[in-house]
Design a protein around this ligand. Structure first.
Ligand SMILES: Nc1ncnc2c1ncn2[C@@H]1O[C@H](COP(=O)(O)OP(=O)(O)OP(=O)(O)O)[C@@H](O)[C@H]1O
Ligand SMILES: [Mg+2]
Length: 308
């Protein structure tokens, strides 16, 4: 049984806002990346998982229980880091940690103290005067102090400096190694790339792509950029490549005598022997990154069809 199940989840806020027929599962031990541009529906989906919001259609389950019907238990058990953190301003950080420990029934503070140390949190000051980054660290410590088995993180590294972001990525990896199940929404490609096993992309309230991250990392084709030494060589290439169906020409730039080609790994020998016949100025592989893939979906003009 998946730890988190989202089935046909719909919440229509009107004017095409909201989330529509969203479905995906997070299996035990997975780190699941949930990506999408601003306003795509990440927070709305996550709030349903946590039982803060009631679905109009469909449902979300956590360990087989419907979020809305078991909201109190789910909110108590899960490690939830909200996108926007609201903390009681009248308290100091230390008082807030104590309050959360009591709420959670934690008496042994050893693990909590280790988190405070790990994230270099100074909880002594009042929440009113704490910097945004310090507040986020406090939220991190209090979200994970009970060492939850399931972590739901809504843009966890926003507001953290680069050092802290790196530390947080390490923390996610440690949690994964401990067998935790983690759902993480983010805009930051590198942190998704560094941590996630599976990824879903949401846009305009609809899931447009779900995939296993490794499948994308180990693509079966590669992209090469070539510049020819002379116009004659470029023109001959332009003509002769048409008879080579396995060489996919992505672009031709006559003014620079350049071309970009995509070749399946299985056709690489054929490609090398074909191209060796031309006078080239340079030849290089264009490294494909997850970011290139994601950017396609961030483009406003990319339609649903192209995204699939
Ligand atoms: N309570 C609400 N009432 C009306 N509209 C809402 C409500 N909550 C969210 N929306 C709308 O639903 C859409 C999805 O919002 P959501 O906050 O889930 O996006 P998001 O992917 O988390 O964006 P961001 O990356 O900016 O955090 C947006 O168009 C938003 O304006
Ligand atoms: Mg959000």
């Amino acid at each position: 049984m998946p730890v988190i199940e989202i089935e046909h989840l719909t919440k229509d806020y009107g004017h095409h806002r909201g989330i529509f027929d969203v479905s995906f599962n997070v299996e035990k031990g997975d780190v699941y990346g949930f990506l999408g541009p601003n306003g795509a529906g990440k927070t709305t989906t996550i709030r349903h998982i946590m039982g803060f919001s009631r679905p109009q259609q469909g449902h979300t389950l956590v360990n087989g229980r419907r979020s809305w019907d078991h909201a109190a238990d789910i909110q108590k058990e899960l490690g939830y880091l909200p996108g926007e953190i609201a903390l009681p301003e009248s308290l100091t950080g230390t008082q807030f940690i104590k309050m959360m420990a009591e709420l959670r029934g934690i008496t042994d503070m050893t693990y909590t103290q280790s988190l405070v140390k790990k994230f270099a949190l100074d909880p002594s000051g009042s929440l009113k005067r704490m910097s945004l980054g310090m507040k986020r660290k406090l939220a991190i410590v209090t979200a994970f102090m009970h060492d939850p088995a399931v972590l739901v993180l809504d843009e966890p590294t926003s507001g953290l400096d680069p050092m802290m972001q790196a530390l947080f990525i390490e923390f996610i990896k440690e949690q994964k190694a401990k067998g935790k199940t983690i759902l993480i929404s983010s805009h930051i490609f590198s942190e998704i790339d560094a941590t996630c096993d599976k990824i879903s992309i949401i846009k305009d309230g609809r899931l447009i792509s779900s995939f296993v991250a490794d499948d994308l990392r180990h693509q079966e084709s590669k992209t090469y950029e070539i510049e020819f030494k002379s116009e004659v060589a470029f023109q001959r290439f332009e003509l002769e490549v048409k008879a080579e169906p396995e060489l996919e020409v992505l672009s031709l730039t006559p003014s620079k005598r350049q071309t970009i080609l995509r070749i399946r790994d299985t056709d690489i020998n054929r490609f090398i022997s074909f191209i060796a016949d031309y006078d080239m100025k340079f030849f290089s592989e264009i490294k494909f990154t997850l970011e290139d893939y994601f950017m396609k979906f961030y483009d406003r003009n990319t339609s649903l069809k192209e995204g699939e």
